[in-house]
Design a protein around this ligand. Structure first.
Ligand code: FES
Length: 106
């Protein structure tokens, strides 16, 4: 999946993320600032908060109650497009996803 990460300054990073890997894990592996992933993807931290482009939202895995609850602890503004990127695991049928990263995670 081609994932475009846009940071709070408008700078873009594009990664090719393999199926089974989350948007958070790929960002951390490639040193993209803007996603921290403190808890390692266990829905315990909300430092992997992103805003998903509304055009892409429907194509992503649905939000669990745990994700929804944890998002309330996110530091940055909560928007309708907010997701925790450790829960956004890529699959072969997802071609392209765009996410925006908030200015702060901690
Ligand atoms: Fe901690 Fe996503 S990495 S909730």
């Amino acid at each position: 999946t081609k994932v475009t990460y846009t940071d709070a300054q408008g700078q873009q990073h594009v990664l090719d993320v393999s199926a089974g890997t989350s948007i958070m894990a790929a960002a951390v592996t490639h040193g993209i600032d803007g996603i921290v992933g403190e808890c390692g993807g266990n829905l315990m931290c909300a430092t992997c908060h992103v805003y998903v482009d509304p055009r892409d939202a429907d194509r992503l895995p649905e939000m669990s109650d745990d994700e929804e609850a944890m998002l309330e602890d996110a530091v940055a503004e909560h928007r309708p497009t907010s997701r925790l990127s450790c829960q956004l695991v890529m699959s072969d049928d997802l071609e392209e996803i765009h996410v925006e990263m908030p200015s702060e995670q901690l």
